[in-house]
Design a protein around this ligand. Structure first.
Ligand SMILES: Cc1cc2nc3c(=O)[nH]c(=O)nc-3n(C[C@H](O)[C@H](O)[C@H](O)COP(=O)(O)OP(=O)(O)OC[C@H]3O[C@@H](n4cnc5c(N)ncnc54)[C@H](O)[C@@H]3O)c2cc1C
Length: 425
């Protein structure tokens, strides 16, 4: 499977899927035909996850060629991502607790006990369960798994192999080219019975035989899936979309792996420099897979190059656990006191920015985060179950005015333009 990490490749894939795949999607989407045979689904997730292409664009292109009724299933799946992003945004503690659990479990693995042997067998594809071992290898080698394979894999991991769900989520997050803190963590919790409390997903042999087109016939799968439990209750907290005005002074544009189409957000700005920051290694205390690393780093480079050409400014790129020093040096070099970036959702980029903001404020440098209209429209409906957001899909699509390209915070853009004009900039 080749997934080229550029916006151009994402747009091409969208167009091809809209014209040749989406009409059959509802009927064929559940089949996993194996590595290199995923044409029955869009494989747009790496592009959407990095915002090389926007959900809004995918929806607009789909509806430009098909009536909503014919592509409803596909659109619903696209909105699942917004649901998970919004749900986690309401409960950042789920991410923080997950990361802490992974660190503790990795320490337990390093202590080398029987958990280590079972874990190594699972991630090395040596459990003896044919489908599971094949998916383990497919994940590491290609960075992608079909949705149904992800569900079966997670279920077998938790209920047959009795491994901690957090280590499975970590294995996915480190290797998936679409590895996403919200979709991944919450899907693992969903399979385990922690997201919809008490409701689990059981991988059944007949279902696997049928939907893998007879490629597998796994033996020894658990026949039951007792929901996992936890002591903590995660209540939703208020969403925070920072509403800072755009800078009127010299500013720099920071591009991250959470938004690789920043020029659409900052088109009204005149940044003096553009840089890209990669936080992928903060996904885990274990190493990230080569496919995932290469995709994220190439996506950022593509985005930085595009923005550099658009604004005709110098570009840079860095990869670090702590962004403070890189950003401080870059800002000083370009004489900017304000760094504009797309608001990162809960995850490693937001974590890295939070640490950096604190340090940079001591040097008088502020980070200005711009949120996207799509997130502001969808996340408020993602407090509890998916159904509430699903009901809003037609109204959200109407409000998004799909012919306009993600008009972000127009009131702030106008304000900044006025300020720039009146100050002669
Ligand atoms: C255990 C588990 C872990 C997962 N981890 C991730 C992850 O890290 N990143 C990720 O993007 N998705 C994740 N998913 C969701 C889903 O499997 C992938 O989004 C989908 O398989 C991507 O392939 P596609 O682009 O061909 O999807 P398509 O079926 O073509 O769907 C189109 C788009 O809709 C969105 N989408 C579809 N299904 C889902 C879903 N169930 N949840 C959220 N968004 C969805 C994706 O952006 C996808 O690109 C996970 C699912 C499970 C069960």
């Amino acid at each position: 499977m080749t997934v080229t990490a550029t916006r151009e490749a994402g747009l091409e894939r969208t167009e091809a899927f809209v014209h040749h795949g989406v009409r059959q999607y509802a009927k064929s989407r559940n089949f996993d035909f194996g590595p290199g045979n995923h044409a029955n689904v869009s494989v747009l997730s790496p592009y959407i996850r990095h915002r090389l292409i926007l959900e809004q664009e995918v929806i607009a292109q789909t509806l430009a060629s098909h009536s909503a009724g014919h592509v409803a299933k596909f659109l619903e799946e696209v909105f699942w991502r917004a649901y998970f992003k919004g749900w986690l945004q309401h409960r950042p503690a789920v991410w923080a607790d997950y990361r802490r659990s992974v660190d503790a479990l990795v320490a337990a693995l390093e202590a080398g006990n029987e958990l280590l042997d079972r874990y190594n067998a699972a991630v090395g594809g040596n459990t003896g369960i044919d489908c599971f071992d094949a998916w383990s290898r497919e994940l590491v080698e290609t960075g992608y798994l079909h949705n149904h394979a992800r569900m079966w894999f997670a279920s077998i991991w938790v209920f047959t192999l009795k491994l901690p769900w957090q280590l499975g989520a970590d294995f996915f997050l480190r290797h998936l080219v679409d590895g996403d803190p919200a979709s991944n963590t919450l899907s693992w919790r969903w399979v385990s019975g922690l997201h919809t409390k008490g409701k689990t997903y059981l991988a059944r042999v007949s279902n696997i035989v049928n939907y893998t087109d007879g490629r597998f016939n796994p033996q020894g799968l658990s026949m039951t899936a007792e929901p996992l439990t936890e002591d903590v209750e995660y209540e939703p907290q208020a969403l925070e979309f920072r509403d800072e005005p755009l800078p009127t002074e010299r500013c720099g544009l920071l591009i991250t792996e959470d938004d690789c189409y920043a020029e659409s957000l900052a088109a009204q700005l005149r940044p003096s420099a553009v840089t890209g920051g990669l936080a992928i290694r903060n996904r885990s205390s274990l190493p990230v897979g080569i496919e995932a690393f290469n995709f994220s780093s190439s996506a950022i480079r593509d985005a930085v190059d595009r923005a550099g050409r658009l604004f005709n400014v110098e570009t840079g790129y860095f990869e670090a656990d702590d962004w403070s020093e890189n950003l401080a040096e870059w800002a000083t070099q370009h004489h900017v006191n304000a760094i504009v970036t797309a608001m990162p959702p809960v995850g490693p980029v937001a974590d890295a920015l939070a640490v950096a903001s604190h340090t940079l404020s001591r040097y008088g440098i502020r980070i200005i985060q711009l949120s996207r209209r799509y997130d502001r429209e969808t996340w408020p409906h993602a407090q509890r179950g998916y159904f509430k957001l699903k009901k809003q899909i037609p109204a959200i699509i109407d409000r998004l005015e799909l012919d306009e390209l993600d008009p972000v915070m127009p009131q702030r853009v106008v304000a900044s333009d006025e300020t720039r004009l009146s100050s002669g900039g």
